[in-house]
Design a protein. Structure first.
Length: 105
């Protein structure tokens, strides 16, 4: 039991140090521009990885389980290009996906 408490304390300390490190490092100076540019790219990169890894790898468009997710991605993309508002594209694409699931599966 004592080892478990020590392990939790060490993990807590490591987590807090990694979260505080950037604030301590850049408390007296501005972060470099390359770091700020990279930080702006991270959310899009994470979302891209999540979408690509969750999409079906089969190209048999005769199956609804293949074309429905791709239609949802297309709806999100089109709505985002048209309205440039994340909530509109997310909710609209989810609605299209759910309607297609309801009517075709």
């Amino acid at each position: 039991m004592f080892r478990m408490i020590i392990a939790i304390a060490v993990m807590t300390l490591a987590t807090q140090l990694t979260r505080a490190f950037p604030f301590l490092l850049f408390s007296r100076r501005e972060p470099p521009q390359w770091l700020l540019d990279g930080a702006r790219l991270i959310p899009g990169a994470v979302m891209t990885v999540l979408v690509v890894t969750s999409m079906p790898r089969s190209l048999d468009l005769a199956e609804a389980s293949v074309w429905i997710p791709w239609a949802g991605v297309a709806a999100v993309s089109i709505l985002h290009i048209m309205f440039k508002h994340p909530l509109v594209s997310i909710f609209g694409g989810t609605g299209v996906y759910m309607m297609l699931l309801h009517f075709f599966v």
